[in-house]
Write a protein that binds this ligand. Structure first.
Ligand code: MFK
Length: 568
């Protein structure tokens, strides 16, 4: 009998092993801040492959359970979570996963520091980053719209580093009427006994074990009338439990049986007169809650790069262990080529996500220019939509690179793919975010600053080897501008039909400029040509996969999409 057993991949310190991350921090952080933060990042880089990973494994293998009744038949609707899940909550508080962004100890760089920690944490967190995303978004929302009482209570809990005092928040937006079309929300808010009470059913409430939630409801006047559409929605704060530890008039019907994110409790529930507080003025709920989901969308993108990086780290290590056809995988040119392409994809995504974090930090510290605020607004949907697609592609390719082992549950690799698949869905699908990109252009004039931002960056690219790629980016910008002028002339259907390809073109081109910038810096400061190669390879793809929907395009697409006969 053969004594051969394949060695599995091994993960080292995930901060230390991340060449791009260290190079990036060296470029963007002031030296004294980098020196001060590095020991903490090294420590977390080790924890995510040791004790934190064990907590996540416990949470994954002991999925949450809904216990609807106590032994005597009383309805209790208790969601039981594992020790690992609770430990991850404690770690999140202690590591300051949300707090760092609000303490702002490092000014505009605080968000970079925080997002590096979340990026390292995410793939070992059993998706505890989902409650953290909503917690962070809720903190930002309360910072902007909360009254003194919310700021002195809920906000302090959300941004606390003290386990036990730290709260997480849900974002209960989705109803049976739709996850995208939030304007169809049916939940009603009635003013009763001196306060608002909510009545309605929420269809996807992730992290239902959180202490509080932010939600939307339609205020009913004394005659029972409400204002329809998203205009009639108001924003509410609620605590999930009463002072006595009972549910705040909430019935939890069931936990969702999802493709992935198995450790994360996601429930369907009904609000039966739940006490809630209005946040800000009546109405404008969607606008206000966008301050929350613009944060969770950045978290989503950060999770995409975290998962890409983890998958690639596993594949790289495996390629140095696994032998086939007489040599290591890494010695096979085609395998090497596959890994190199994944690395390029990851590096592009990394640059776009961290640049967005830089802008967020600047905006929150009052350091961003009006143009930078506009670019942040436009990059937020773009990085969310594009990095999710990249992550699905990369993690799927990594799974394949393990052959049959990648398809076997106990290697942990199938779980990575399942947890990646959600990233293009929650917090807005690819199409919804493509349309949000258009919304940002239409309502907030983001297009010109976005283009200017790319062009400014290109001005500093001087290295001979990068010039051809730089010129490709100039040409892409020109193509995008021409397309935009034509699309505006053609009208709404044209613009919407092309929205996804337009969004992809924008983010690919923007990312190209970021990669060129990093490549130039690394040549000048680190004498490393590897980022030049990744920038060149990024620019070798079609940076502008635009479609030009002519009059016939719609009927032709309809025939294809709906199996219609198309007459000659
Ligand atoms: C681990 C990874 C981290 C992630 C974890 C997350 C887990 C959470 C699970 C979930 O909760 S998933 C649910 C996510 N749901 C969504 O993301 C909703 C997707 N749908 C949309 O985004 C729709 O486009 C939208 C609901 C916004 C459409 O609503 P409307 O009301 O039909 O749109 P409208 O009328 O254009 O916008 C209303 C106002 O909001 C406008 O402002 P004004 O009132 O001043 O005119 C818009 O400009 C503003 N607005 C909309 N989106 C905005 C925005 N403002 C800023 N940023 C945005 N993104």
């Amino acid at each position: 009998m053969s004594e051969f057993y394949q060695d599995g991949p091994v993960l080292g310190n995930q901060y230390q092993a991340d060449k791009l991350l260290r190079s990036y921090l060296n470029r963007v952080l002031p030296a004294d801040i980098f020196t001060e933060l590095e020991p903490d990042l090294l420590n977390l880089g080790n924890r995510v492959v040791t004790d934190i990973m064990e907590m996540a494994e416990d949470a994954e293998s002991n999925e949450p359970q809904l216990i609807s009744f106590d032994p005597w038949g009383k309805r209790i609707d208790k969601i039981k979570t594992s020790k690992g899940w609770k430990d991850l909550d404690q770690v999140s508080a202690e590591e300051g996963m949300v707090a760092i962004g609000y303490e702002r100890k490092y000014g505009e760089y605080s968000r970079i520091y925080q997002f590096v920690k979340l990026y390292l944490f995410h793939p070992s967190s059993a998706v505890y980053t989902c409650p953290l995303a909503m917690t962070d978004g809720a903190a930002r929302l309360l910072e902007i719209y909360g009254d003194e009482s919310l700021k002195n209570n809920a906000y302090k809990h959300l941004t606390s580093r003290v386990p036990g005092e730290f709260w997480t928040s849900g974002q209960w937006m989705t109803e049976r009427t739709g996850g995208s079309d939030v304007g169809r929300t049916e939940t009603i808010a009635r003013f009763e006994d001196g306060g608002y009470k909510l009545y309605g059913t929420k269809w996807f409430t992730s992290a239902t074990t959180s202490q509080m939630a932010i939600t939307l409801a339609r205020i009913e006047d004394e005659q029972g009338n409400t204002i329809p559409g998203s205009r009639g929605l108001s924003l509410f704060y609620l605590e999930v439990y009463t002072q006595k530890g009972q549910l705040n008039s909430i019935t939890i019907h069931r936990l969702k049986n999802k493709l992935g994110t198995k450790a994360l409790p996601t429930a369907e529930l009904t609000l039966n007169g739940t006490n809630a507080r209005l946040i800000g003025d009546i109405g404008g709920g969607v606008k206000k809650i966008s301050s929350l989901f613009n944060i969770t969308r950045i978290y989503n993108a950060k999770s995409s790069i975290g998962l890409m990086r983890r998958a690639i780290a596993l594949a790289k290590d495996y390629s140095l262990r696994r032998e086939a056809f007489g040599k290591k995988l890494a010695e096979h040119p085609l395998h090497l080529e596959t890994l190199a392409n994944l690395e390029v994809e990851f590096q592009g995504a990394f640059q776009s996500v961290f640049y967005t974090s830089e802008l967020l930090g600047k905006e929150e510290c009052g350091k961003a220019t009006a143009d930078e605020i506009a670019v942040l607004r436009m990059l937020t949907p773009l990085i969310k939509l594009y990095t999710a697609k990249q992550a699905i592609k990369v993690v799927s390719e990594v799974l394949e690179s393990f052959g049959g082992a990648g398809y076997v549950e106990d290697t942990g690799i199938p779980k990575l793919l399942r947890d990646t698949q959600v990233l293009s869905i929650w917090e807005g699908t690819t199409n919804i975010l493509s349309l949000d990109t258009l919304r940002s252009i239409e309502k907030e004039n983001t297009f010109a600053p976005f283009i200017k931002n790319i062009l400014n960056r290109l001005e500093n690219i001087s290295e001979q080897e990068l010039l051809i790629s730089r010129d490709k980016v100039y040409q892409s910008v020109q193509k995008i501008k021409e397309y935009f002028i034509q699309a505006v002339k053609e009208g709404k259907t044209y613009i919407e039909t092309g929205a996804r390809s337009f969004a992809f073109s924008l983010i690919r081109t923007f990312t190209a400029s970021l990669m060129l910038e990093h490549a130039q810096w690394s040549l000048n400061n680190e004498n490393d040509r590897s980022f030049t190669i990744s920038a060149i390879r990024w620019c070798n793809q079609d940076l502008t996969p635009l479609i030009y929907p002519l009059d016939k395009h719609g009927p032709e697409s309809k025939a294809l999409a709906l199996d219609e006969i198309l007459k000659k």
